[in-house]
Design a binder for this molecule. Sequence first.
Ligand code: TRH
Length: 384
Amino acid sequence: MKTKCWLFCTVIDNFGDIGVSWRLARELTQRLGWSVYLWVDDAAALRAIVPSLPEVLPLHHDGIYLRHWQEGQYADLSHVPPPDIAIEAFACRLPEQVQNIIIDNNAVCLNWEYLSAEDWALRTHLMKSLQANHLQKYFWQMGFLPESGGLLREADYAVRQKSFDHADEFNLRRQLGLPDRSRDCTDIFIFGYKTPVLQTWWRTLAKSGRHTRLWLAGEPSAESLRHNGVLPDNCHLLPFVAQADFDKILWSADILLIRGEDSFVRAQLAGKPMLWHIYPQAESAHTAKLNAFWQHYYPTAALPAKLQSAHHVLSAELNGGRRLNDTVRTQAWHTLLDHQSAWQQSARQWQHFLFGQSDAVSRLAQWYASTHRAAHKAPPYALP
Ligand code: TRH
């Protein structure tokens, strides 16, 4: 009997919520062989990253059963068998009817949380939370350390990356309308939020005497760089590609400026030098999250001190924590561009550190098998 997994996703904005949920659904289906039912409230957002998705729900696509729902209110449950495990992506609120089915079937219930390197996230990984209606929930905290919930990484990721060769890159560049690789030019991929910092950085780079090209993904990056409606000469607007092809772009660029959560993880898996445009939160709550990540990254990746300070100030400027004067900004960019191979080596070191650990879905499978397969037949509030 296949394990039946119910997965619920609310699209708050952009593509991160659905991007992570879709990856998770695919991994649970393809790697663990689970029967996955994914409820989405915005099929158009899913269709942007999975263009082959047909128009109307319900449907069965890529091995995953897709259904429509409205957070806290309604879920299309027609022809859906009861779950063994239910996952709420990013603390979305389940309708009462769904909660009752989970309780009645003693299914395991997980809240799959946003990724953070902060200590509290590690401390609360697999913490239980008993709800007033006796639904026992667990927190799944993805993370960067072996004792966290891990990161989503396909079993064949390393093989796929290794087999992506010069000819593949050549073809990809052609397909995306990008110039061929040239030795003296640094290709910077930019998938960020709207910010005036990108204009400022573009001017710094243009004056730097170093040859750079900016690959712009997503409208906010392009909007940030358009002047009187026109993009600078060395900027190339990329088409939005299917999620399945996204990694190839990251593998082809030299430096990655990524954002949110899913592209942030993919850049780390790619083992490329990166700057993270973190999703801004109210009252600058994102600053602690940003700092916690780099505090783990710098020493583990052994980023040389000089590069570390250059990277740190630019990261702070990108994320609104600091306004640099021209001299400091120019100096920081020169340092990073002039020591690209050392920066690249550190990124590889961080990649090795992550690849030395099991991925999120392997950890979930192990935890589910060892703790719950037998135990979850007992009433949920009596679980150990
Ligand atoms: O799109 P994001 O900014 O997403 C989010 C959401 O805003 C969310 O509400 C917030 O909580 C979260 O960030 C932290 O960034 P992210 O997470 O990087 O997701 C982008 C997804 O889009 C990722 O799965 C890759 C995919 N993508 C493509 O499939 N094709 C493309 O061409 C590009 C540029 C991205």
